[in-house]
Design a protein. Structure first.
Length: 88
């Protein structure tokens, strides 16, 4: 039986993640409060941010930027696309 949680992003009960998707305290916080559908939303947002900002995941500054956006997406005011982003 799937684990359900009260999703902080969707503000409703949804299926929880199978494991913490990020290391440390942040990963545990996400595991306890973020649903699978909300995590899929983040994955799409993250992909857009990586592509539009031409981030390299080998670059510590890019990793730091994405971590901050991740925290904003779930626990802050939300992550926003770059100013010049035009969705298809």
């Amino acid at each position: 039986m799937a684990r359900t949680i009260q999703c902080i992003k969707l503000n409703k009960e949804e299926e929880g993640l199978d494991f913490p998707p990020y290391p440390g305290e942040l990963g545990e916080k996400i595991y306890l409060q973020v649903s699978k559908p909300a995590w899929e939303m983040w994955m799409a947002q993250q992909t857009m941010l990586i592509n539009e900002n031409r981030l390299s995941m080998a670059d510590p500054a890019s990793q730091k930027f994405l971590k901050a956006e991740l925290e904003q997406f779930f626990f802050g005011e939300g992550s926003v696309p770059p100013a010049d982003f035009v969705p298809k």
